[in-house]
Write a new protein. Structure first.
Length: 117
């Protein structure tokens, strides 16, 4: 089975939910899409530069890494958000459970960054 490695920058509250369920949690009403990113570097920029300055993230940013079945992911085009090195997938919030079902091998934390409150 072929997979694609993706990354997701998260704050403390989201990481707590991931740890308790092993899955990405449902999106909030103000979050219509789930956007995993294609590179560690892009995830690092978000986790380090944004999450560590955000009270809602607990002033901490984590980078999660996970693999998704290629055949499932192929129905979503890669989106470029801002610069050409900012590539991500846009998964509609109502499809997140199916996305979670197509993760192979679990979700792991590969880096963390802390800021100040």
């Amino acid at each position: 089975m072929e997979t694609v490695t993706l990354f997701r920058p998260v704050g403390q509250a989201e990481l707590n939910l991931i740890h308790s369920t092993g899955r990405f949690p449902p999106r909030l009403p103000i979050q219509p899409i789930f956007y995993p990113v294609t590179t560690f570097e892009y995830a690092e920029k978000i986790a380090r530069d944004w999450n560590t300055k955000d009270a809602a993230s607990g002033y901490i940013g984590y980078i999660t890494e996970f693999k998704v079945k290629s055949n499932y992911l192929s129905k979503y085009p890669v989106q470029t958000a801002g610069g050409s090195d900012h590539q991500e997938y846009w998964i509609p919030a109502e499809e997140l459970e199916e996305f979670n079902d197509n993760i192979v091998g679990g979700i792991t934390v590969v880096a963390s960054y802390s800021g100040t409150s």
